[in-house]
Design a protein. Sequence first.
Length: 268
Amino acid sequence: MDILLAFLASSVPALIVYLILKKRNPGKPGYAEDCKKAFLNGVKSTFLVVPCALLLNIIFSLTGLMDINVFVKQFIKDCIFAALLEEVFKIRAFLKVLKESECEYSWLDVTAYMILSGLGFETLESVVYSFTSGAGQMIVRGLTMMHGIFGLITGYFWGKALYTGEKKYKVLAFLIPYVYHGLYDFTLSQELSEYGDFFLFTPVILAFISVVLIIVMIVFFRKNRETEKYNVSLRPRTEGAPSPEEAPELPAQADRELPGNDDPYVDR
């Protein structure tokens, strides 16, 4: 019973966000189905992380790097085995949705898909944590929705990259969540908590930032649901075509030059 309560405490907030995002665009064909795919792809990505982490653990153990000191060992575990692999496979799950999507998708849609990919990953991960963590820890995990927030950052910058055509935003889409994720896991490690206040207060600060970003996420989707740049199609353009940001405005119908009476193509 305690395990079930722990799981629900962590998963219910994520499932609520899933339902809200899935229903935010009811008139758009294919959007709800793509949301479902993003969530399920996030769930599936969990199964890819585990064998890769085990393989890397064997490789790093053979090199002796895990035996240098507790800081190096924990850095490898948290920033490579966890943060790096998890962010890579969540982005892979998200990109699969964009590749297979049969409908138009916007900056807001891209952000939603990546959030859902993260929440899918987090939901299955919560099953594992519910066996080893108390209800209190799982409530904090549910309220902070860390993987959803990492997804928010990734999705926002990936959407910006597609909108502007600038690849630097794709770098930020990966780098910022990776550093955030790695720092949170690294400073949360029990093995390092005895080495100073930095390892006690940093995860608390990062968790608080996550809660603030949840509020930012809500405001972002509500405020921009009709903002043109966040709703214009981001489907890949043909080479040389301008980005939505650069596309010239067409003159209004009334301002276009109309053919005169001397135009041979005008019906008399």
